[in-house]
Design a protein around this ligand. Structure first.
Ligand SMILES: C[S@@+](CC[C@H](N)C(=O)[O-])C[C@H]1O[C@@H](n2cnc3c(N)ncnc32)[C@H](O)[C@@H]1O
Length: 339
């Protein structure tokens, strides 16, 4: 079992981890009053002072609308004709100066603080939305596009993605010179049919786009993945269901450097929220059984995995750097989930 030397440096480090988790809650509570609201100049000033108080990086809340309107998917693909038995189009208007999320949450600092990039556009903007009943099913929202940024950027040669959605990533890949072809694995035949009828005909490219009707979990194996130059896995709706699916993938122990996962850092941040208190309990000599049983659902499962992983280690942690090295190490977090 991993062990710790009891010292002041580690006392402080554990206390800072805890404080950073408390600060996130305080920060989120403070900005909640502004989210989704049209910001008056006075509200904007107050909001900026909150961001500064928590050292949230920001260079103004005003977002350049061109980030959205110049995006080739937003510009070229019109969803207004979409109408199926289950999915229908709606035009949403985001009013100018409405505070919205521009991306999924991002970690900052040495400990566990994180924030959502937020901002507003200076003019009203039309946002196409596909709805399933009252629920937004898909939309080329700025947060979706921004959060796929690394995956879009890294795409080259033969690309594979799992999860078709409305085909934002396939389209943006196909427009890149470095991308030769795109393959997509999609489980839902209705999604494929919608795409084939309404979306693919608008794609301004002749490059090869193959869609395989199948389950990502079955295709997630080294033999299949090694046919591609770059792979981006994106078949969850958000971090809420994502961590469960991402864990299932890690359990398959495929480890290829050219495979990335949508929202991976955000999901691993959730794992850190379980691992850090687990290590704190261990450091303070508290009952690990009590810690694990205080968790529920997927967190309980991850806490048990963490316990199994740390039992296999025999090292002694003496410094804050060593502790940070464990909590923030992607390969350790992936290994914990893979157990
Ligand atoms: C968030 S969307 C993907 C968005 C897509 N990246 C885009 O650019 O529009 C998730 C998609 O994954 C599909 N999906 C869900 N579970 C799946 C599975 N096990 N295998 C393959 N596709 C799956 C859903 O039907 C949905 O189309």
């Amino acid at each position: 079992m991993i062990r710790f030397e009891k010292n002041r440096e580690l006392d402080m480090a554990f206390s800072n981890f805890l404080m950073s988790m408390i600060d996130v809650n305080k920060y989120l509570t403070e900005i909640l009053d502004y989210t989704g609201k049209i910001l008056t100049p006075g509200m904007e000033k107050n909001l900026v002072s909150i961001l500064k108080k928590y050292n949230v990086p920001y260079d103004g809340l005003k977002y350049d609308i061109k980030k959205l309107t110049d995006n080739p998917y937003y510009r070229d693909i019109k969803l207004s004709r979409v109408c199926t038995d289950t999915v229908r189009y709606e035009k949403d208007i985001i009013r100018k100066r409405t505070l919205i999320s521009m991306n999924f949450h991002k970690p900052i600092g040495k400990y566990l603080f994180h924030y959502h990039p937020i901002g507003y556009f200076e003019t009203d903007i039309e946002m196409p939305v596909l709805k399933e009943g009252d629920r937004v099913w898909m939309s080329p929202a700025i947060s979706e596009i921004e959060s796929m940024g690394d995956g879009i950027e890294r795409g080259k040669g033969k690309c594979l993605t799992m999860g078709l959605g409305i085909g934002v990533l396939p389209y943006l890949w196909l427009l890149k010179d470095q991308v030769e072809s795109v393959t997509v694995v999609e489980i839902n035949q209705d999604v494929i049919s919608l795409f084939e009828e309404y979306i693919r005909p608008q794609f301004r490219t002749d490059k090869k786009l193959d869609i395989i009707h199948g389950d990502a979990l079955e295709y997630y194996n080294e033999e299949f993945l090694s046919r591609f130059d770059y792979v981006y896995i994106d078949f969850w709706e958000s971090t809420d269901d994502g961590l469960k699916w991402y864990t299932k993938l890690m359990e398959k122990k495929v480890n290829l450097p050219y495979v990335d996962y949508w929202l991976e850092d955000t999901m691993l941040h959730e794992v850190k929220y379980i691992v850090a208190p687990y290590l704190t309990a261990l450091y303070k000599g508290m009952s690990i059984a009590d810690y694990i049983s205080s968790m529920d659902g997927d967190s309980w499962d991850i806490a048990r995995k963490a316990n199994r992983y740390f039992k296999t280690r025999n090292d002694v942690i003496r410094t804050e750097d060593e502790l940070l090295g464990i909590i923030h190490d992607k390969s350790i977090l992936r290994e914990i989930l893979s157990i």
